[in-house]
Design a protein around this ligand. Sequence first.
Ligand SMILES: [Zn+2]
Length: 259
Amino acid sequence: MTASTSTCTCGKCFEGWLSPRMRERLEYSTDLRYGLAKSLLDTQDGLPADVSRSLPIDYAEIDIAYYYLPQELREKITSSSSTDAALGDAIYRGYIAVFKVIKDMVAESYEDSNDTPSSFPTVWDVDKRLAELRSEAAAKDAATSADAHPPATLSAKTREHLAAYLDNGGTAEYALDCIVDRAREELSPLGKLYDADQRYIDAVLDGEDGEERPECPNDLDFALVRVRLGLPLETRGVEVPEDEVDVREPVSDEEQGAD
Ligand SMILES: [Zn+2]
């Protein structure tokens, strides 16, 4: 196999492009996004029904993942503009379920490969899994016949939410875009939000957990990762409003460019 196009120098990159450090960033980014949304939903679900009805949480104001959805989907989710709050809620929950599916697929990749994980789930991988999970009843029928690989299952409620997300134009792409772009912005020195609070990732990348992750030019090649995962080169994350983020690097010279 020729390595003429590979930029890998560490010898540990999956197929010469996905470095251990990049993969760690993507996995941690997945955990962060899902964890945040899950705690938000748990809070909402913990409220008495009459309270949560009168005070619907505006997900858009809290979860940055919202900005990785196309405008049509955002409008359906946002409680102020949506004509059907229940549908908006279901779509948002379905979107968050996609992050959980990706998290589960990453975990499976470790189980399947004896601690030498291979790739990261691509848009195609995840879309395929979503279709399977959605039609779980059909999958179960098939499984009883011969299949020894029963797929992870979703609750009936979650399946409904996933269907709402998919039926309204949702795909794996938006969640993966969010994961990759937030990894770049928050967990890599290329990002605007990379600061002392995120040193955790540095410690992990430097082997605090006992796993060796040699440095490689692929560690920060997010453009390459986007291509390989089936994402468009341009992220939707550019639409994240500046005041939505709590930590911003101060502009080093505010006087610059002033009239
Ligand atoms: Zn490498």
